[in-house]
Design a protein around this ligand. Structure first.
Ligand code: ARG
Length: 290
């Protein structure tokens, strides 16, 4: 009898039960110095004031929701010079014990590169930098699915950065061009749910990008344009729990039909800056090699 050298296991990035192998440990930053103090995406209006107390309460509500769903939350202090540091998804890419810090498009966020690099180095991560001339906004613009990274480019990240990212991490990166400035990061258009499924907002992608996702995701939950603009793809998945900033009725029904528990978490103060639940978190347990 011949025994196969390797047993057919689950696909990379997923557990034997089909749930994501990552997304159970998050880095978050409390909104101590958060505000809409400049405008770098179409949702930000400096004349709109953020209610700091409400932002703090919403943030604490999100932390509690993630913990209740079984996730661990690690907290980094908010540096007063960078109000958008609450959006830790943009810190960089985690890959096992490797951290690739973001290079931000706008000067307002650029100091975050050193702040997060120092934090990750102190935690024992190896910090590998992209070439300085290339912008890439981290997990906000790159999410694992099907053993590769799906990476958005144009508004915040440069296309050649995806090649550099692939070289640094040793993982295949598939690039998707973002076309709607309101959906300026890929994590507003794409949410990996499990081995076969993802929330997908084709309104955010060009024709080729739609084909890439179509070929990659066996069972997409396609969003209508108005659903996508509610930020419902900007959600976090912990096993079979989906934590969403908004839950359009049809989307909630489909997720529940697939066996997910759906939790809506109010983060309205952060939507004023163009960020939802996913933007407020960075998965620390992504390992693209397994
Ligand atoms: N105000 C922030 C910015 O424009 C929001 C970042 C949202 N982050 C995300 N991962 N989509 O940079």
């Amino acid at each position: 009898m011949t025994v196969p050298a390797t047993a057919p296991g689950p696909r990379p990035g997923v557990l034997a039960d089909g749930t994501n192998a990552w997304g159970r440990r998050y880095l978050m930053c409390p909104p101590t110095h958060f505000g809409v103090l400049y405008e770098i995406n179409p949702w930000m209006h400096t004349e709109v004031t953020v209610d700091r107390d409400r932002a703090q309460a919403q943030w604490e509500g999100l932390v509690a929701t993630l913990r209740a769903a079984g996730a661990e939350v690690v907290v980094v202090d908010h540096d007063p010079s960078v109000p958008d540091m609450v959006f830790t998804a943009n810190a960089g890419i985690v890959n096992g014990d490797q951290f690739v810090p973001s290079h931000f498009r706008f000067p307002e966020r650029q100091p975050e590169t050193d702040i997060f690099s120092d934090w990750f180095a102190r935690q024992g991560f190896t910090v590998d930098r992209l070439p300085t001339e290339l912008d890439h906004e981290g997990a906000g613009d790159a999410l694992p699915f099907g053993g590769l990274l799906l990476s958005g480019y144009r508004f915040r990240s440069d296309l050649p950065a995806t090649t550099a990212l692939s070289r640094l991490t040793g993982v295949a990166v598939r690039a998707v061009e973002l076309v709607d400035p309101r959906l300026y990061h890929i994590d507003i258009t794409f949410c990996p749910l499990d081995e076969r499924r993802a929330i997908c907002a084709p309104a955010g992608w060009d024709r080729y990008g739609r084909k890439v996702v179509d070929a990659l995701v066996p069972e997409p939950l396609w969003l209508e344009d108005d659903e996508a603009l509610t930020f419902c793809a900007n959600s976090v998945v912990i096993g079979r729990t989906v934590v969403m900033p908004t839950t359009p009725a049809r989307v909630g029904r489909q997720l529940e039909a697939w066996g997910f528990d759906v939790v809506t978490c109010e983060v309205g103060e952060f939507l004023k800056a163009g960020g939802g639940v996913r933007c407020l978190t960075l998965s620390l347990d992504v390992d693209l090699r397994r």
